[in-house]
Design a protein around this ligand. Structure first.
Ligand code: FMN
Length: 568
């Protein structure tokens, strides 16, 4: 279990029904969501007292929070009436839990530095109760080294800092930094008190309101919550203008790149930790959502994109650090035979970066976390791109495959090594991220082999790995065409569309892993994929993985010629 400042309080007999929450509302665009959080806490039987920072009061009014919480809202440290009784100390002690939502970059920095220059930061410093911070900020602010450092420090000190959501932002950029939906925050709070939070996230208000004019929506008496909240926000919410995909790829995604910090790839903050009390939910969907799961799923489902070797003993896992097998003596052995006219070289002059295979995340010198990806699909794509004339860099996890002809291969073991190798391999005209990168790694690496001690197994604490696709998408050297892969078991197209936006990729190639002959993709050489782009969805029929690779490489060549035409 994560260590907290103070113990998470248990539900008490004499409690009405829910927790007493002291909610600090910071000065971020997502502050409007704190209104909904207040509503949810109260609906769940809790009591909320709000403290609004100066910044926060630029986005929501004390009146709105007072009306929703039915409690006085505090804004000033130097309130004489309250300070007769040392009001700020009392406030910090009366609650069961202090929630900072949204926790702006500024608030996180002040909290990490121990600054107490207003009511909110003073009571956060003075409290003896657990503190939950829910960050929300622009992706570059979230990925900035200063914020990384502050978050890491706060977590070290026992503050629970939730992971922000990834996706489109009010400022028009994409990536991690969005405030998690209020329902998710409430569920996080409720879980601490053993309360069932039975509410589903609502569609994001900003997005829900975006396509139409707010005034129009109100006039039509449409979204009641939207109308209420837009009247609570004391200024017009900035809108994202709709942009088509090519425009986004060409302009918006790179608009600030020159001045922007490149995302820090190696040191992403720890995320979820697993306690001994975690019980696997066997009824839950197979696809655990990153940043939302309490524990890693038993295998990385992205591996389903690949041929899977099943059955104990069929193929023993490779020893950590052992180099992958290189090309056999016959240079054509194991190489895909593409039926291509040798003069057909539409990718000539282009650099294509491909990632493939699994990653291995070491636990101790002899053990590691792995997945069943064979890397076949990624290797086939590298081979196809090379066959169409591209210069290809293949960053490969530990697999047992020969290097495709004409391909520069970089072998890596872990996700962080892969992220590093990808960063070094850029720039590229196109990148196809096929690797089944482990979402989680062991938080601690034991230098010595872990020993059995008594009957209690050691706790394996996990931490989140870098999201390589999202980082490449947000980086200075984003390729002109960025393609991700997704394995889906349900709502294939919808999930792929969401992933495309969330990761800011240009295309997502979705595998329907339940669709091939009812047997799934596991163990087979065939694949049925859907290429999801900004223009729509192209469904490819079931075909061998080499053919999928060639079809994709041909489409990439065409797309590159459109995005980046060659000189006549
Ligand atoms: C329109 C607008 C939106 C902003 N949104 C955010 C945000 O989402 N997250 C953030 O950390 N800062 C954001 N800022 C900057 C903060 O408002 C600023 O750092 C402020 O000092 C934070 O105040 P606080 O820490 O008291 O909450 C925004 C500023 C403006 C003008």
């Amino acid at each position: 279990m994560r260590e907290h400042v103070g113990e998470w309080p248990q539900a008490e007999e004499n409690r009405v029904s829910g927790p007493k929450v002291l909610l600090v509302v910071g000065g971020g665009i997502a502050a409007y969501k704190s209104c909904e959080l207040v509503r949810l806490i109260r609906k769940g039987g809790g009591d909320v007292t709000c403290v609004l920072t100066d910044g926060g009061s630029q986005f929501v009014t004390p009146m709105a929070l007072a009306a929703l919480s039915e409690n006085k809202v505090y804004t000033s440290l130097f309130d004489l009436k309250n300070e007769v009784e040392m009001g700020h100390i009392q406030l910090s002690r009366q609650a069961d839990l202090v929630v900072v939502c949204p926790a702006t970059a500024d608030l996180l920095a002040k909290m990490a530095a121990g600054i107490a220059d207003d009511l909110a930061t003073t009571l956060i410093l003075a409290t003896d109760k657990p503190v939950l911070a829910v960050p929300a900020m622009n992706v570059k602010m979230w990925l900035h080294d200063a914020t990384r450092r502050n978050v890491a420090w706060l977590r070290e000190a026992g503050v629970e800092v939730m992971e922000p959501d990834e996706g489109p932002m009010a400022c028009g950029e994409f990536g991690p930094g969005r405030l998690p939906e209020p329902e998710i925050v409430w569920a996080e709070i409720a879980a601490r008190f053993g309360i069932a939070a039975d509410c589903e996230p609502q569609p994001d208000l900003l997005e829900a309101l975006e396509p139409e004019d707010e005034v129009e929506a109100e006039a039509r008496g449409g979204n009641a919550l939207g109308s209420l909240l837009s009247s609570l926000i004391p200024r017009k919410t900035p809108r994202r203008e709709p942009v088509d995909d090519a425009e986004r790829a060409g302009e918006e995604a790179f608009a600030n790149d020159d001045s922007a910090e490149e995302p820090h790839i190696e040191e992403l903050p720890p995320e979820e930790e697993i306690g001994p009390d975690v019980v696997p939910d066997l009824a839950a969907p197979i696809m655990a959502k990153k940043g939302k799961a309490k524990a890693a799923p038993p295998t990385d489902v992205e591996a389903l994109n690949h041929t899977v070797v099943t059955g104990a003993g069929d193929q023993l896992p490779e020893v950590l650090g052992q180099p992958a097998v290189q090309a056999a003596a016959d240079p054509l052995e194991g190489q895909p035979a593409f039926d291509i006219d040798p003069d057909h070289r539409p990718l000539y002059g282009r650099h294509v970066l491909v990632t493939a295979g699994p990653t291995h995340e070491p636990i101790d010198p002899v053990r590691y976390i792995a997945n069943r990806s064979s890397g076949k699909q990624g290797f086939a794509i590298a081979a196809a791109a090379a066959a169409l004339g591209a210069r290809v860099t293949l960053v490969a996890g530990p697999v047992n495959l020969p290097t495709p002809l004409g391909v520069d291969r970089i072998d890596v073991i872990s996700a962080r090594e892969m992220a590093d190798a990808v960063k070094k391999a850029l720039p590229a005209d196109a990148a196809v991220m096929v690797a089944a990168v482990a979402d989680w790694r062991s938080k601690e690496y034991a230098v010595e082999k872990m020993k059995k001690r008594g009957s209690a197994p050691p706790a394996l604490l996990l931490t989140e790995n870098p999201d390589i696709l999202a980082q490449v998408a947000a980086g200075k050297q984003r390729p002109k065409l960025l393609v991700g892969f997704a394995a889906e078991t349900e709502d294939v197209i919808e999930n792929a569309k969401t992933k495309r936006k969330r990761k800011a990729a240009d295309w997502i190639v979705a595998n329907d892993v339940t669709a091939v002959d009812g047997k799934g993709v596991m163990g087979g050489d065939a694949n049925a994929v859907h290429i999801v782009t900004g223009d729509g969805v192209e469904d490819l029929p079931e075909m061998p993985k080499n053919d999928v690779a060639l079809a994709l490489a041909e489409r990439m060549a065409k797309a590159l010629d459109t995005i980046d035409p060659r000189d006549a």
